[in-house]
Design a protein around this ligand. Structure first.
Ligand SMILES: O=C(CO)COP(=O)(O)O
Length: 249
C-alpha cells in the first residue's frame, strides 16, 4: 500500500522568537507541492516556542514536542505532559532521539515507556533509533536497532500512532549522509522486523531517514521503496526545507 510521505523538522535547541516566526512565515507562504500527493509535515521547535508556532502556523502542518513525560500532570519539575501538549493542539512528539539517549542518558526502557504512554493517550510519536559509528564498523547496525525495536515492542504500543525515524548517529549534523543503499538496507531490515508485529503494521508504518538530509540528497533517498520520508535537523531551519518537503516522487 502507498504510505503517505512524511517530513519532520527537528529544530533541536535552536531558534529565537523572531527566527522561528520567520520559519513559520516562510512555511505559511510556501507552495506545498499539489501536483503530487502532499507530504504530511510536522515541525518541532523547542518547548518554549510550541504554542506560538501552533498559533501562527498553517493548519495543514502539525507541531511536535521534542520530548514528553510518561505520567499524568503532577509533581514532575521540568517535564511536560501529554495532556498539556494536546491541550495546546500539539499532536506529535519526538521520542528516543540519539541526543536524548546519549547526552541525557535515556535508556531503551525509558524511551519505550514514554512511547507507550504517549501513544495510549493519543499523541503521535516520531520514534528514533540508530547506531553509532563504532557499532556500524563492528557490523552491529541491525542488532543495535533490533534491540531498540524489541524494547518498544515489549510495551505493546499503539503502532498506528508511531512513525519510525532511522537516524545513524554518525550521519547526524556531520554532513556525512548515509548512502542511499546503506539507508535502504536498514529501512528494509526495519520493515522486515515490523512484519513480526503484523503484516498490517509492516505495510502501514512510515520509516523516515534522518542524518544530514538536505535539498540535494533528498530526491535520491526518497525514491527508495522503504524510505517514507525524512526527519530533518539543520536544514529544517532554512528556507530550503520546503524543497525537502516537495522532493518526493
Ligand atoms: O538529528 C536529526 C534530526 O532529528 C538530523 O539532524 P541533521 O539533519 O542536522 O543531521
Amino acid at each position: 500500500m502507498a504510505r503517505k510521505f512524511f517530513v519532520g523538522g527537528n529544530f533541536k535547541m535552536n531558534g529565537t522568537l523572531s527566527s522561528i516566526k520567520e520559519i513559520v512565515d516562510n512555511l505559511n507562504k510556501s507552495e506545498l507541492d499539489s501536483n503530487r500527493d502532499i507530504a504530511e509535515v510536522v515541525i518541532s521547535p523547542p518547548s518554549l516556542y510550541l504554542l506560538p508556532t501552533r498559533e501562527h502556523l498553517r493548519k495543514e502542518i502539525e507541531v511536535a514536542a521534542q520530548n514528553v513525560f510518561d505520567k499524568p500532570n503532577g509533581a514532575f519539575t521540568g517535564e511536560i505532559s501529554v495532556s498539556q501538549l494536546k491541550d495546546s493542539n500539539i499532536t506529535w512528539t519526538i521520542l528516543g532521539h540519539s541526543e536524548r539517549r546519549t547526552i541525557l542518558g535515556e535508556s531503551d526502557e525509558v524511551v519505550s515507556t514514554k512511547t507507550k504512554y504517549a501513544t495510549d493517550n493519543g499523541l503521535g510519536v516520531i520514534w528514533c533509533c540508530g547506531e553509532s559509528l563504532e557499532e556500524r564498523e563492528a557490523g552491529n547496525t541491525i542488532s543495535v536497532i533490533t534491540k531498540q525495536l524489541d524494547s518498544l515492542k515489549s510495551k505493546n504500543p499503539d503502532w498506528a500512532k508511531i512513525v519510525i525515524a532511522y537516524e545513524p548517529i554518525w550521519a547526524i549534523g556531520t554532513g556525512k549522509v548515509a548512502t542511499t543503499q546503506q539507508a535502504q538496507d536498514v529501512h528494509k531490515a526495519i520493515r522486515d522486523w515490523l512484519k513480526g508485529v503484523s503484516d498490517k503494521v509492516s505495510d502501514e508504518t512510515r520509516v523516515l531517514y534522518g542524518g544530514s538530509v538536505n535539498e540535494s540528497n533528498c530526491g535520491e533517498l526518497s525514491k527508495q521503496p522503504d524510505i517514507d520520508g525524512f526527519l530533518v535537523g539543520g536544514a529544517s531551519l532554512k528556507p530550503a526545507f520546503v524543497k525537502i518537503i516537495n522532493c518526493h516522487q
